[in-house]
Design a protein around this ligand. Structure first.
Ligand SMILES: [Zn+2]
Length: 186
């Protein structure tokens, strides 16, 4: 009887110890598994920090855009505006024997060898407003492409396709603007 129970105790210990070890190892595995799981939020946080970096980059980019020079209109004061067309009444000898285009209209070359275009071409004193200068009159943008003997100082001659339109324009006095880049001090 005693021997039997002793044997049972031995057998119990034999079974119990490995069993306990298994449980302990099991717990360790679970703990270590959860330890492996834990860095996951960190990975998410890393991702979030990447997003923040991207956001900062974008913010920096938009800040860079806002620090680019700003275009500002500057008044040149009041100009005397007259009008002309390509005819000999308006252009004297320059208006004679002009080459005709396909539709039979005379091709009007300006003093800087540009084909004159209504709504774009103006003549100015090129020592004041050089060829290529863009000016704004009544919110409309014209380009200095021509000059004339009587167009000096603060005078501008506006090109029209028809003599009649030029006559109708007559003489007007208007404020003339140019655009220039200014530093953005924001
Ligand atoms: Zn004319």
């Amino acid at each position: 009887m005693m021997n039997y129970s002793k044997n049972m105790k031995k057998r119990f210990n034999k079974l119990l110890l490995p069993g306990l070890l298994t449980v302990i190892i099991g717990i360790l595995v679970i703990v270590s598994c959860s330890a492996i799981d834990e860095p996951l939020p960190e990975t998410v946080a890393e991702g979030a920090s990447v997003d923040i970096t991207e956001h900062i980059k974008q913010t920096t980019a938009s800040t860079a855009i806002s620090t680019e020079p700003v275009i500002e209109q500057v008044s040149l004061g009041e100009y005397k505006l007259t009008a002309y067309c390509g005819c000999s009444k308006c252009c004297g000898k320059w208006g004679e024997n002009r080459t005709l285009d396909e539709s039979g209209k005379p091709i009007v070359y300006t003093a800087n060898q540009t084909i004159a275009k209504e709504g774009v071409t103006i003549a100015a004193d090129i020592s004041v407003l050089p060829y290529g200068t863009e000016v704004i009159i009544d919110g409309h943008r014209y380009i200095v492409q021509d000059r004339g003997g009587s167009i000096t100082g603060n005078k501008i001659d506006i090109y029209f396709e028809s003599h009649q339109a030029a006559l109708e324009f007559g003489v007007q006095y208007k404020e003339v603007f140019i655009e220039r880049e200014v530093e953005n001090n924001d």
